[in-house]
Design a protein around this ligand. Sequence first.
Ligand SMILES: Cc1cc2nc3c(=O)[nH]c(=O)nc-3n(C[C@H](O)[C@H](O)[C@H](O)COP(=O)(O)OP(=O)(O)OC[C@H]3O[C@@H](n4cnc5c(N)ncnc54)[C@H](O)[C@@H]3O)c2cc1C
Length: 399
Amino acid sequence: MKKKKQIAVIGAGIVGLAIAYKLSLLNKKVVVFEKEPAEGMHQSGRNSGVMHCGLYYQPGSLKAKLSVNGIREMIAFAKENAISHDVCGKVVVATSDEEEKVLLALADRGNKNGLKGLKYLSKTELKKREPFVRAKKALLVPEEGIIDYKAVMKKLVYKIQENGGSIYYSSPIKKIFDTSQSSTQINTNKQEYKFDHVISCAGLWSDNNYKNLTSKKSPLKIIPFRGEYLKFKPGYEDRVNHLVYPVPDNQFPFLGVHFTRMIDGTREVGPNAVLALKRDGYNRNSFSIIDTLESLTYSGLIRFIMNNLSFSVNEFKSSFFLKNFIAKAKKMIPDLDGSMLERGPVGVRAQAVSPKGELMMDFNIIKEGRQIHILNAPSPGATASFAIASHIIQNYLPR
Ligand SMILES: Cc1cc2nc3c(=O)[nH]c(=O)nc-3n(C[C@H](O)[C@H](O)[C@H](O)COP(=O)(O)OP(=O)(O)OC[C@H]3O[C@@H](n4cnc5c(N)ncnc54)[C@H](O)[C@@H]3O)c2cc1C
């Protein structure tokens, strides 16, 4: 009998778990190693909980392809497994002539990416849907929605184990030994394992993992961008009914401060995008000397800051002064005021920056021998996780 392929996945975020789940369905022997004591403790458990269907992304890019396929698979998985979700649609709001032009181009991009049912809302339609939102023009994206990504991950863990896979928590992987032509050895602090392939889905640590496991210099650097949210105090939830997004600045991969109805009914406003001084820096005073030195001595980040000084300073200000934060949201809901809001959760985005100082927009995957590294999987990585898994299995693993 042919021996089952043994595959190690590093990282129990939603991307690593989706890959492990799909491999377990293909009868592979999968082991997931996670450095934390539970799954989804970083980006996948600290995001906006939105399912994006491909409005923003460059036609032909991996993001465009994988978010369109990914959202369909995510909704199907949620339906099959009774996971809370709601395809409530999203409104993208232009508040000036300039933004209106960008919105028209965005709709065009959405059509090219195969989105269905895009339509501009009349003033009456917008008022009925979102009475507090003021817009020059508003685009409805009906296929998008919200979901409980933590519940998705819990279910994935259950299914991986049910299919014979294993998940080892509190198991950071620091090194890999290429022991022979046909296998790779992983040592944890507890044991030694041999695998045919290793897939690293390490989010905020993807560049470090690449360097440690391949002994090569990473072609990009992960810069952590903290995303802080405010939330509506009880009694003010009616200010927003669904998802309300601004027209994004196409120079950046961040979608801008938006309003999100979360799956538990609460309403969040955010996130901003503040350069963080620690990869898992969830507080404004989080600091790691190593992460800070690595970031500040990286020529790519210095170039980025020089080229985008006002963006960097503005985002920083929005972290310290609520007035600055709220001003971004007030463009869409002018009646908003600070007394309706309180500080909410925080996430940190793993954003790849090239040595030239560009924020890398698309997903980035590299194969090195029997190792596959997902180096950049920013938003909509959660929406697209099942499609990323299929993409890796079809294109990076031998049939
Ligand atoms: C504020 C914010 C809002 C977002 N909003 C959305 C949204 O609404 N919709 C959407 O689709 N996407 C959104 N995203 C993006 C989305 O969350 C990410 O694309 C996705 O979670 C990436 O998943 P991942 O598994 O690659 O990374 P992560 O969830 O970060 O998981 C990586 C895992 O690898 C582990 N790990 C790292 N190194 C090692 C090691 N050496 N050994 C063992 N384990 C290791 C980490 O502990 C971690 O658990 C948002 C992200 C943020 C931060």
